[in-house]
Structures are given as C-alpha cells and as structure tokens.
Design a protein around this ligand. Structure first.
Ligand code: PLP
Length: 494
C-alpha cells in the first residue's frame, strides 16, 4: 500500500495513515473484506515505527471500519463501501477542465441506446442488438489448455511486451491464411492490433485532421461514425444497396469534397449485410487511385460466409499501397481476445507502427501466442466451420420467423453471411416508439439511427443479430417484436 506521508506535517504519522485508509474504505476503493497489510510490512514499506501503524489500525477498529482476527490479520468490515464519488459530495464540483470536457463531449447515441436496453426490466430479454456471435461457441476449454501449453513452452517470454509489430509466428500464420484467400502479403506488412477497432483508430488518427472529409457508406458501423465525430472530421455519406456502396455516386463526391479517406466494409457490411460486387470493387479502386484517396477496408466477418462465392479483398486487387486492410478475430472467434490486425504497404506502414507504439506499446503477447497455437493446429478452421453451419441455420430461422410473425410491410434483404439482418420497418413505424415497446415485450434490437450520420435517416430501420441466439429464442424474440409492432399499429394479421 503506497500511502503518501508528510514527515514535516504537524499531523501525526499514525493519523495520516489512518485518514488515508479511512478515505479509501469510505470511497469504496478499498473493498470490504480486503486484508490490510500486516503492520510490520506496512511499517517497513513506509519507513515508520510498527507502533505507528498499529495505532492507525486501532483507530480504524475503534470506528468499526476494520476488524482484526487473531493470527490472521486486519480486514475491512463488510457493509462498506458506501461509495461517495467526488461529484456526489456537495460543494465539490469537478475542476473546470473536467467541466469543459463534459460540455464538449456531446451525446453518443449508441451508448444511450445501450443504456436503454441494459436497463430494461424484462426478466428474459432476448437480445438481437448484440454485435458478436454466440458465446457458446467460444472454445473455452481448448483455449485454457492452449494457454497452459504456451506458458509451459514459452515461460517468461510470453509475458514480456513482445514485438510492437506483433508476434512474428502469428503474423506468418495470418499471412498464410490471407494468401489462401488470394491476398498475398509479407508478415512484415502485418501489424497486430488490439482488435480491429484499434487498427481503424490508428489509421484515422494518422491520416485525418479536424475538418477533413471522409467518405463512409450509409448506413455504416456506428463506432466509426463516433470516431470521425471525435476527430472532428466531416462525414460524407454514400448510400448502400444490395451490392454494397453505390459506386456511381462516388466520383462526384470525390470532386466535391476532396476526402482524405474512404472507409468501406465490403463483406457482409455492418449493418446491411450486403457485399460489394466485383465490378464495384474494381471501380472503387480505380477512382481512389485517380483521386489519390486511401481506402480503409474493414473485413470484420469476411470468413463467416454461408453461401455464394468469396470475392477478392480490395487489398488483393490493389496494385500497391492504396488500401489499408483491417480484420479481426473478434467475430470469428472471441471478442475478448482483443486481437485484430492490419495490412499496409509503403511509408504508411511504418507510421502506423509508430502510432501503435504510442498507443499501447504492443498487443498482448500471451493472447497472440495462444491464438497462434490455436490457428496453427487447425482448430481455427474447425471452429469456423462449426460457426458457419450454426449461424446459417439461425439466419434461416430468423428469416422464416420474420416472414411468419412480422407485419407484411417489413422488408429484408437476406445476407449471404455475417451476423446481421437489416430490416426496413413498415411505413410509419419508427424506433423511438417501437424500441420501448419491444423492450417491454422482452426483445431488443439495434436501432437504425446509430448507423446513419444523420440519425433520423435510420428511424425506420433496425439491425437484428441472428447469430447470438438459439433458434427457439429467435422465434420467440421475433414473435415479441411482431407483438410490439402490432401494439403500435394494428396491422392485418398474416
Ligand atoms: C464493422 C466492424 N468493424 C470493426 C469492429 C471492431 O471489432 P474488434 O475491435 O473487436 O475487432 C466491429 C465491432 O463490432 C465492427 O462491427
């Protein structure tokens, strides 16, 4: 325990120690049940007499904040804390610089909606709003064994910072996997990141400054919209249809806005689920080349394909240096691993590495080593195969349930892969009325507003995750959604 003590103060040392621990207990930062350091140890750490610490503990015990067990130690009493955050203390406002931050932060719609959903009181909420697959597929036991084996094999090495570019064998493995998908790259061009979110953030921080225009699909991934807002960039939206970004409108936007970046999700786009056609991929690359704009390609669930043929990544069609490719193990494996990566060529790669170092020095070494073992022994492919089979059935279950239980006015475009079904609501229905009713019925979804730069554009859309729930719960959830819709408008029954 590091207790700042002032030897020149008039306040006796035992009292300084006592006050410090008392504040910790009352604020909750020293949890009830915590064993305080033995008086001899603390006295030694602080360079004070043991009696001084014992006097401090005696004062705390007299006030019932701690109790000592003979032969065991001194423990913080149960029933504390009663957390009193500084802002709850009357007359103690946040410092001005903090108040400025609060005023300039603005609201984040996806956080607000998340709070609305998590504060639902329904005892059995079926969550279609999630952004990941089903945790029952997480290979917990296999991963535990692999972690143990890695620690046995690599010992302390696995616990060092490691290479900022990423664990070399994992980069080689990723290069092999990408090559099998038609994307030839060197392991040196791969940078391992803490999820693809970090890769996107690094690229945006490197390439953009306040006021810069960025072309994004509309709708698009909500956290990228928030990132661009935070970086004070101008978002220029280009609509998406069942073939991905509507490329015909791109050139005029490039001429009008001179964007510094194009962000695209070509496979199973979040939220619409659509895939950018091959023609459009080529067209996008040639326009980006002509107008000298980098492309940030986010391939977050490219491997979760249930039918149709995989199309080449933009990066694979790129003759060199135009595309920064980003992918992740979060959706195909486990989001908590926090392992993603980017592939970049040319000077931008070295700059991204520099930004990565400034951001967090390196991605978790242990997680990377375990992941490398998992992928190398072929477990990853087996896992992917299982996930695709399961999610395809769930997608079909949800599509059937939508046809059977929702009013005729809803429109969906069945996705060939990924995690989401994007749905247009019947004319006149909007999320601000529907979501509270759906939550009351016991079902949640991601409201369309999160995915549009002009939020209102999404009022009549929702994103439904079909991968994270069992078929039974999908059917029940969609029935509940239908009930909520009918409470708003008495549609004719199907
Ligand atoms: C389109 C898209 N890109 C990137 C991410 C970031 O995922 P992660 O940081 O877990 O790799 C997400 C997460 O939901 C996503 O939906």
């Amino acid at each position: 325990m590091r207790i700042p003590i002032d030897r020149d103060s008039e306040i006796p040392l035992y009292q300084q120690i006592e006050t410090y621990i008392r504040q910790g207990i009352l604020s909750g930062s020293i949890a009830s049940g915590t064993r305080l350091p033995a008086s001899r140890v603390l006295a030694n750490d602080l360079g004070v007499n043991r009696i001084t610490v014992e006097n401090a503990y005696a004062e705390l015990e007299a006030d019932n904040l701690v109790h000592s067990k003979v032969g065991s130690g001194t423990y913080v009493m149960p029933s504390y804390p009663t957390p009193s955050l500084p802002k709850d203390v009357p007359g103690a406002p946040w410092p001005l610089w903090q108040q400025d931050l609060e005023a300039s932060r603005g609201s984040r719609l996806s956080d607000e909606l998340e709070t609305q959903i998590t504060s639902s009181r329904h005892p059995d909420l079926i969550r279609f709003d999630s952004g990941v697959g089903d945790s029952i597929l997480f290979p917990v036991e296999e991963f535990r064994k692999i972690l143990q084996a890695v620690l046995r094999r690599d010992g302390l090495l696995a616990l060092e910072y490691g290479d900022p570019l990423g664990y070399a064998p994992l980069r080689s493995t990723i290069a092999h996997v990408l090559a099998s998908q038609g994307l030839q790259t060197n392991p040196e061009n791969i940078l391992i990141t803490a999820g693809s979110q970090q890769a996107i953030t690094l690229a945006a921080q490197l390439l953009l400054k306040p006021g810069d225009a960025v072309i994004v699909e509309s709708p698009t991934y909500a956290r990228v919209l928030e990132l661009l807002q935070t970086l004070q960039c101008r978002v220029v939206s280009i609509p998406v249809d069942d073939q991905g970004m509507q490329i015909d409108g791109l050139e005029i936007l490039l001429q009008q806005h001179h964007p510094r970046l194009i962000y695209t999700i070509p496979n199973f786009q979040n939220p619409t689920g659509s895939c950018l056609s091959l023609n459009r991929r080529r067209h996008l690359l040639s326009l980006a080349d002509r107008y000298n704009v980098p492309i940030l390609e986010d391939d977050y669930v490219g491997d979760l394909r249930y039918e149709g043929h995989a199309l080449p990544a933009l990066k694979a069609l790129d003759p060199g240096g135009r595309v920064i490719y980003v992918s992740t193990f979060s959706k195909m494996l486990m989001p908590g691993l926090r392992v993603g990566f980017l592939v970049a060529d040319g000077p931008v790669q070295a700059s991204l590495l520099h930004f990565k170092r400034m951001s967090d020095l390196a991605t978790s070494n242990l997680a990377q080593r375990a992941l490398e073992s998992f992928v190398t022994v072929g477990r990853y492919q087996a896992h992917l195969h299982r996930a695709c089979q399961l999610y395809r059935k769930r997608r079909d279950t949800m599509l059937r349930a939508i046809r059977g239980s929702l009013p005729a006015g809803v429109q969906v475009c069945p996705p060939q892969g990924g995690l989401f079904i994007w749905m247009r609501l019947p004319e006149g229905l909007e999320n601000d009325q529907l979501l509270p009713l759906a939550l009351a019925e016991g079902v949640s979804y991601a409201a369309g507003e999160c995915f549009f730069n002009n939020r209102k554009g999404g009022a009549g859309f929702m994103r439904l995750n079909f991968a994270a729930q069992s078929p039974e719960r999908i059917e029940t959830g969609i029935r509940r959604l239908g009930k909520a819709m009918r409470r708003l408008r008495p549609f004719t029954a199907k």
